[in-house]
Design a protein around this ligand. Sequence first.
Ligand SMILES: Nc1ncnc2c1ncn2[C@@H]1O[C@H](COP(=O)(O)OP(=O)(O)O)[C@@H](O)[C@H]1O
Ligand SMILES: [Mg+2]
Length: 233
Amino acid sequence: MLIVTAGKGGAGKTTTAVTFAVMAYDSGKRVGFLDADNQNSASEWLQEAEPAITLRTVPWDLELKQKIRLIDRELKTLLAHHDVVFADAAGGFSDESLSLILQAQLLLIPFEANLLDLRTTAKAIDFLKKARRINNSRRYRQACLIVNKLDTRRTRTIAELDRLVPNLSEPVAETRIRFLNPLPEAVKQSTVVSRGKQRRWQGAATDFRRLYHEIAERFAPDLLSSERHGRAA
Ligand SMILES: Nc1ncnc2c1ncn2[C@@H]1O[C@H](COP(=O)(O)OP(=O)(O)O)[C@@H](O)[C@H]1O
Ligand SMILES: [Mg+2]
């Protein structure tokens, strides 16, 4: 199955995609990864965090048409040889990321826990719905929004989220990812928080494990643990 992270820059696409990819690998899945973001930040991180995950990178300096063709080709091969393929889309919902987004079986859309980002994201969903109607041959199957970087002391933000989230036209994960200082540390150490043994990382690891299991149960049973490849964690 193809799981694509999309949305605004800085919202947590790369963090979610790389962490989930390593978690899927650690639960025994054959995992492929397509880095279609211009900054290729996922590639650098993932290469060192888990070299056994098949990584394909889309060069940033291709023309749009070539890029779309390359993405299609890479996805086909990756999907043929892996249980689950993660793709990190370019930021925003431009033409550049649209063809990738529309091929997703599951679209994960993180957004920062504030009103401005919630509004931007709500607009983006409307845009996606339209794109879905126009483009008949390709359509993403389902999407799930993810609240990220939540400051749990901001009770007003939380109240507003609680009020607005039920009105969104796409499902929102019940698990909210808090603002977690270990995340940038994990990148620096070329790993993901779910693999960290240090006590300070456990809260971050818990948020991501919860989110992973919720997403798996609601949308992506392919992510659930199996012994098939003899590497189950
Ligand atoms: N929940 C979080 N708490 C703290 N920092 C975060 C969180 N999620 C992401 N970050 C940090 O925010 C920055 C942007 O995240 P990233 O995943 O690269 O976003 P995107 O790929 O959408 O641009 C990175 O430095 C990342 O470590
Ligand atoms: Mg990114």
